[in-house]
Design a protein around this ligand. Structure first.
Ligand code: MLT
Length: 270
């Protein structure tokens, strides 16, 4: 059974969280422009063995989205909120953090600040490196256009999903479209600016001493298999799984394979 919890965060903001199960804690962090529904399959399938906690990051899903709360938000603020969630819900246990794409940027940031509260990392469809100058300026344009009322998320699901999902998985496309359509312009603007300012973790991969699972999608249009293999190999205690048929949203597109890879990694930790 999935429970919904609300916590008061910084500046009186409210953080909406879904949680299920009992056992070692796994904190799931969604990507952009999504929310904790990304983890619906994991909440349902993994709660038998683990305590699954999946917050909506500030501005996303049912968490606070007032523009004044979101203004100037940094990836480190999302990580701080995650620590607040861990502090309230994990009964002081160290946790595994599983972050997808932007959620992976938050997971790297969490590792750099709160390593003593971690026991493992799962980095999904993500990357440790900074944007190119062109990618950074595309983010800033998207932020400005969103604030001016442009529909910057139109057809976004086509940019995230793999070809197989787009052609043959109506349910997956619908779930992605639903999350995307619920993301407010102020959230898009704040998150894009935060991602444009994020820290580089590429030069620090060798410092990650925790067991780490890196998961990629064989058809991810945004994080190529080659680059994922290259950076994953620089994390000392890491394992790489590339899932066939998955695009950028592996936990949604290929839940069975994703859950199997995650479960076997988690089983080795316990
Ligand atoms: C995401 O899925 O979170 C985004 O692709 C991250 C990004 O824009 O870099």
């Amino acid at each position: 059974m999935t429970n919904k919890i609300s916590l008061i965060g910084r500046g009186g903001s409210s953080l909406s969280i879904k949680a299920a199960g009992k056992g070692p804690v796994v904190l799931f962090v969604h990507g952009f422009p999504l929310n904790n529904d990304l983890w619906a399959n994991q909440l349902e399938a993994l709660g038998g063995n683990f305590h699954i906690i999946a917050p909506d990051l500030l501005g996303f899903g049912e968490s606070s989205r007032e523009p004044e709360i979101l203004a100037g938000v940094e990836i480190s603020d999302y990580a701080r909120d995650l620590e607040l969630v861990r502090n309230h819900l994990s009964r002081d246990q160290p946790v595994v953090i599983c972050g997808l794409s932007m959620g992976g940027y938050v997971a790297f940031e969490y590792w750099s600040r709160y390593a003593s509260n971690l026991r493992g990392l799962v980095l999904v469809n993500t990357k440790p490196s900074l944007d190119t100058d062109a990618a950074k300026s595309a983010r800033l344009s998207m932020a400005n256009e969103a604030e001016q009322g442009a529909d910057v998320l139109e057809n976004m699901e086509q940019k995230l999903l793999g070809e197989f999902s787009i052609q043959s998985r109506r349910d997956v496309c619908d779930a992605a479209c639903r999350m995307i359509s619920e993301t407010a312009p102020a959230t898009v603007a704040a998150a894009q600016r935060a991602m444009a300012r994020r820290q580089d973790f590429e030069s620090r991969l060798h410092e990650i001493q925790f067991p780490t699972l890196v998961i990629g999608g064989a058809d991810d249009p945004l994080a190529s298999v080659e680059s994922t293999k290259a950076w994953a190999s620089r994390i000392p205690n890491s394992k790489l799984e590339i899932i066939p048929g998955a695009g950028h949203l592996t936990p949604l597109e290929t839940p069975r394979e994703f859950n199997a890879a995650l479960s076997s990694f988690l089983a080795e930790l316990t």
